[in-house]
Design a protein around this ligand. Structure first.
Ligand code: GLU
Length: 316
């Protein structure tokens, strides 16, 4: 197997040189100001080591990658009862589709499309003040990453509060259908703020590690979720983590993964590693263009696809 550090270094150099970088998201104006020339990658291993290259120490807006962690928290609170409120089928639709939600009477397809993540946030908020719910999410991420410096980027949150008309429409529609327990404004406030958490690729790779190791936090040995739950969260990441680009991601990369419009992707190699890549330019489905290409190269070179494929390496 090729050496991981040199593989990651080579991929970072290749990504830095590519002219095709995708387009940064502009519907959240603050994200539109990010330089698309950046690329970072970090791979967290079972012994706690992190192998990184490129802009792996730059913070970026994790956006929808936060939905993996809010889903984990909500499952901890509600257990399988959560699935009465949100489905677990791939959507095949845009991440903020209203048509699909109307069709399904306000019950979202899965916890990773925006509507589904808003329901998950509603669940975490119940019985708490918005500040407490947000504090809980932030503390969880800091614990997982082993890093107390992780913060919410208030400018990004405020930017989305000002322009989040589509998410407001989704939330109002669900409220109208009796799907949300709490008032729309505080639910969206918590949602926008957890999407605006800023992390580095190194921090994000570490935070996702428990999903690669049967629910166990590798450094502390703490059991974050049961092995069964880790397996199931990975399954939902594989089938739903990239919106209507999930099939393409499974085909090309072959790992459970979750993307965000800030250009981050968290991908899990069960039993081996948690990978975070970041490049702000997006493809047509709203997923990091170079992030996906980098992961495709990494899984092929390391033989890491969950679908097999050892030996692909020679052809890349
Ligand atoms: N905060 C973003 C939104 O709700 C998240 C979308 C994403 O990252 O895919 O539109």
């Amino acid at each position: 197997m090729p050496d991981l550090q040199s593989t990651v270094d080579a991929i970072a150099a290749e990504m830095a040189a590519r002219p095709d970088r995708g387009d940064v998201a502009t519907y959240i104006p603050e994200l539109g100001r990010v330089d698309p020339g950046q690329f970072g990658i970090a791979v967290a291993l079972a012994d706690g080591r992190v192998v990184a290259a490129g802009d792996a120490e730059m913070t970026f807006s994790i956006q929808s990658v936060s939905k993996v962690f809010t889903l984990t928290l909500a499952l901890g609170l509600a257990g399988d009862r959560l699935w009465n409120r949100v489905g677990r089928e791939p959507s095949g639709s845009r991440f903020n589709s209203i048509v699909q939600l109307e069709h399904e009477r306000g019950v979202p397809r899965n916890p990773f499309i925006n509507a589904g993540a808003i329901v998950v946030t509603d669940h975490i908020l119940s019985g708490h003040q918005p500040k407490e719910a947000l504090g809980e999410i932030l503390r969880f991420l800091r614990f997982l990453a082993g890093d107390e410096t992780i913060l919410i980027d208030r400018a990004v949150a405020a930017s989305e509060e000002r322009t989040g008309f589509n998410n407001r429409a989704l939330a109002n529609f669900m409220k109208g259908n009796g799907v949300l327990d709490n008032p729309v404004d505080p639910v969206l406030g918590v949602y926008f703020h957890h999407c605006a958490i800023a992390m580095t690729a190194r921090q994000l790779a570490k935070a996702g590690s428990f999903l690669a190791h049967r629910g166990r936090h590798p450094e502390t040995g703490f059991s974050v979720v049961t092995p069964e739950r880790a397996r199931r969260i990975n399954a939902i990441m594989l089938t739903c983590g990239h919106y209507d680009g999930s099939g393409e991601f499974a085909y090309r990369v072959g790992l459970p993964g979750k993307s965000g419009v800030g250009g981050g992707i968290l991908a899990i190699v069960p039993g081996k590693a948690s990978i975070a890549v970041w490049s702000p330019g997006l493809d047509a489905a709203g997923n990091s263009h170079l992030g996906r290409i980098a992961l495709e190269k990494l899984t092929a070179r390391m033989g890491w696809s969950i679908f097999g494929g050892e030996g692909d390496a020679a052809s890349r």
